[in-house]
Write a protein that binds this ligand. Structure first.
Ligand code: C2E
Ligand code: MG
Ligand code: MG
Length: 575
């Protein structure tokens, strides 16, 4: 039943109106001026205010103005009543926000029609407001792309699951799944295709959970945002159960998704934290599962890892190195070392590989094997790599000018540098600044980098080749190269990975692989350089296999420029 507040200074008119409305089924309240009306509105929250304009103390317009500026009553419809048919007063009332205007004397029907229409409209408005706020509430907890609960919803829901596990002494696994290479798909096929892919992945995760035999009401999938999803599995028994689910989730994601007529493949890794073992609060469990995911990714993708406390320590170290790396260039802590590369038969130095060294002020020398991946992950490698390239080219040009010629300078490119759009511009800029002949520069790309997006790699390689530089495939034999691609890569050199050389004299398999690589390279008109030659025996062995070039501790470790110059000078004086 609607409550109508009748504001009227004339007592008889007020009581007549209240009586009339009472007969029509409304509940009413009366007030004799605006000020009293405001008190009543605050206390009773009427559905509609029917107010006279001309009143002592506070008139109808002032009352209306006060209501419209107070959010707690601004939505209440107001119908003004006036004796005078004064157009300007009417307009003034409408301008302040009156919903309707009735001039006295008015007919009963006229009044009731105005009231009903205002009340209906207000009810419709309230329903719409409720719908909108329900939708806003839903959007706050639902990811609009996949319709899965979002991170906030997970953090709201998870404590209930944990409380239940605590009561029944159960365990819960939180699995965070991260997609890899998603941005590539998003960039090449557009966001709509990216969204469809995310929906497909969401459906697969949900399907895996639904299929689970011993399901608990606390099992579920959420999208944490970006390329991260979370799966909760309550009442887990042993780790086998979790392992099994993680494996199934990843396998299911790895199946091709067909979008816009294309078969898309996407990789994923997963990190797992367990309640109560790895944490008892939602925040900590989530953080630990994400840490484990980082570790799984570093382990080389498509796998999963359980959280372990050491991971935090390792992450702490990485964070420190990442922070310190920022200033390493400015502070002159980075230095390029050079490892000679030699001709197997003549024994002469034909070039050098530039290898970065970091002399950390407190931690001492840090291996590139440790800090290059960090720089790669953070993107710092692009700046550091540019610096190395320039330093190595300046050095090579200086040696050539001193008469050590021909001389080749090999520089390593990381995956990120290799796919950086500005790489060609960087290389040609460095060549023209330093004056180093392009043919003296050799860029090394690892097999893994080249095979990751091979078609694109071929295009980049051709662009680099058009500058006149040489290209080498580093660590060959450690990844999975497709021969078809190998044939299409415009490479000059294959570098046999040192792991083969290590056992070349004892392991017939490694010897056979090295021999095969030499033959392969020859048939593709590439040359072969063997890394990691440490002994005279190694050298003899690779010479027998027909390998023409080598580098390794047998002749020299990577050394600072000054020592490399001494090695070159010695060779000059022998010649
Ligand atoms: P890589 O490009 O395969 O370099 C060869 C590595 O083998 C070097 O390790 C070198 O010191 C080492 N080595 C050379 N001869 C021998 C030997 O006879 N026996 C043994 N056991 N090892 C030998 P380093 O300098 O520690 O570099 C490791 C890796 O770090 C490099 O592998 C390369 O992938 C990366 N790296 C080094 N410098 C750079 C750089 O300037 N840029 C980029 N992107 N990566 C770099
Ligand atoms: Mg290399
Ligand atoms: Mg190598």
């Amino acid at each position: 039943m609607s409550l109508i507040l009748v504001v009227e200074d004339e007592p008889t008119i007020r009581s007549n109106l209240q009586r009339l409305l009472g007969i029509e089924g409304f509940t009413t309240e009366g007030a004799e001026n605006g000020a009293e009306a405001l008190k009543c509105i605050a206390a009773r929250k009427p559905d509609l205010v029917l107010s006279d304009v001309m009143m002592p103390v506070m008139d109808g317009h002032a009352l209306l103005g006060a209501m419209r500026s107070d959010p707690s009553m601004s939505q209440i419809p107001v119908i003004l009543l006036t004796a005078m048919a004064d157009r300007s007063a009417m307009r003034q009332g409408m301008n302040i926000g009156a919903d309707d205007y009735l001039t006295k004397p008015f007919q009963r029907d006229e009044l009731l029609a105005a009231l009903r229409s205002r009340l209906e409209r207000a009810a419709a408005q309230r329903a719409e407001n409720d719908r909108l706020s329900a939708e806003a509430r839903r959007l706050r907890v639902v990811d609009p792309v996949t319709d899965l609960p979002n991170r906030e919803a997970l953090l709201e829901r998870l404590p209930h699951a944990l409380a239940a596990m605590s009561r029944q002494q159960g365990r819960l696994a939180l699995i965070v799944v991260g997609l890899e290479g998603f941005s590539r798909i998003n960039d090449s096929l557009g966001h709509a295709a990216g969204d469809r892919l995310l929906r497909a992945i969401a459906d697969r995760l949900q399907a895996e959970i639904d299929r689970s035999i011993c399901s608990s009401p606390f099992d579920g999938v959420a999208r944490l945002g970006g390329v991260l999803f979370a799966v909760t599995l309550a009442e887990v028994g042993g780790n086998d159960h979790v392992d099994d689910l993680a494996r199934r989730l990843l396998a299911h994601i790895a199946e091709p998704v067909s979008i816009e007529g294309q078969e898309l493949f996407i990789d994923a890794s997963a990190g797992i934290s367990l309640y109560p073992h790895d944490g008892v609060s939602s925040d900590v469990l989530l953080e630990h599962a994400e840490t484990a995911l980082g570790e799984a990714k570093r382990g080389g993708g498509s796998g999963f890892a359980y959280f372990a406390p050491e991971m935090n320590a390792a992450a702490g170290d990485r964070l420190r190195l990442h922070n310190d790396l920022h200033r390493a260039i400015e502070r002159g802590e980075l230095e390029v070392y050079y490892q000679p590369q030699l001709n197997v038969i003549s024994g002469r130095i034909i070039g050098f590989e530039a290898l970065i060294r970091w002399q950390h002020p407190e931690l001492g020398q840090i291996s590139p094997v440790r800090f290059i991946p960090i720089a790669e992950e953070s993107g710092q490698i692009v700046a550091i790599g540019a610096w190395i390239l320039e330093a190595a080219c300046v050095q090579a040009k200086a040696w050539i000018d001193q008469g050590f010629s021909p001389l080749r300078m090999a520089v390593n490119l990381s995956a990120r540098q290799f796919s950086d759009d500005d790489l060609c511009a960087l290389v040609s800029g460095v060549l023209s600044r330093t004056g180093l002949p392009a043919a003296s520069l050799e860029l090394e790309i690892t097999e893994g980098t080249a095979m990751q997006g091979a078609e694109r790699a071929i295009a980049i390689m051709h662009r680099l080749k058009s500058l006149g530089v040489k290209l080498a495939l580093d660590d060959f034999g450690t990844g999975y190269s497709s021969l078809t691609y190998l044939k299409r890569f415009p490479l000059d050199v294959l570098k046999v990975d040192q792991s083969f050389v290590r056992n070349i004299t004892t392991d017939p398999g490694d010897a056979a692989i090295t021999r095969a690589v030499v033959l392969l390279a020859r048939s593709f008109s590439m040359s072969v350089i063997t890394e990691g030659v440490e002994t005279a025996e190694h050298l003899r062995f690779i010479a027998d296999l027909g390998c023409e070039e080598y580098q390794g501790y047998f002749f020299s470790k990577p050394v600072p420029a000054s020592e490399a110059a001494v090695l070159l000078g010695r060779q000059m004086s022998i010649a």
